[in-house]
Design a protein around this ligand. Structure first.
Ligand SMILES: [Zn+2]
Length: 206
């Protein structure tokens, strides 16, 4: 039975002086506008946390870094937060946005390699966001080579957490159209609601 949900908001945020605490993970658009990945991760992740507070009160929801905490905490620290809890009672959800060449777009969800419980969590979240992304004509960057929608990667937080873990790349923050969605509070609200529901329906089925 899942009791603990660890929410991880990738990278750092903007500190009180408005300084971004992460090197890289930002993009300047031709119009001078800056996109900061860690800020988007906190906005989306903070809304997921709020949905758990309002509707999923039976869970112990833990953040590795608060949505209003701008520190860029180490990956080791983030993993240690998750590994304090019994793996069979815990899931770890890491929220990120992607960047590549300003042209690439879309959603990706990652698990560690091989068939694990993480695959079912990723599938449940992907299924939950899919109708909304299709409606907005946003790209779903799935990899069906092993029979499911997630991609596999050796990301540190996926390898080192002892509990099932997934990492979302919500959209590409260095792409104009994707970023216009990512920074839109209405989009953030709907996406985070669907991530919340995807997590819920995984827990209910398992
Ligand atoms: Zn990231």
């Amino acid at each position: 039975m899942i009791k603990n949900i660890i929410l991880d908001f990738g990278h750092g945020g903007l500190d009180k002086k408005g300084k971004y605490t992460t090197r890289g993970k930002k993009h300047k658009f031709p119009n001078g506008e800056w996109a900061y990945e860690g800020v988007l991760n906190r906005q989306i992740g903070g809304m997921i946390q709020a949905y758990f507070r309002a509707h999923g009160t039976r869970y112990n929801v833990v953040t590795t870094v608060g949505a209003d905490d701008s520190r860029d905490l180490s990956l080791g620290y983030r993993v240690r937060v998750a590994n304090k809890f019994k793996p069979s009672e815990t899931i770890f959800i890491s929220i990120h946005c992607n960047a590549f060449n300003s042209k690439a777009r879309g959603f990706e969800i990652f698990t560690s390699r091989g068939t694990t419980k993480s695959d079912a969590i990723a599938e449940s979240i992907a299924n939950s966001i899919e109708p909304y992304y299709k409606e907005l004509k946003l790209r779903l960057r799935y990899n069906f080579s092993d029979g499911d929608k997630d991609k596999e990667a050796d990301f540190y937080v996926l390898r080192k957490t002892r509990c099932p873990a997934v990492l979302l790349e919500c959209l590409f923050f260095d792409n104009r159209e994707d970023f216009d969605n990512l920074k839109n509070p209405e989009f953030q609200k709907e996406l985070s609601w669907r991530i919340y529901q995807g997590i819920q329906s995984y827990i209910e089925k398992n």
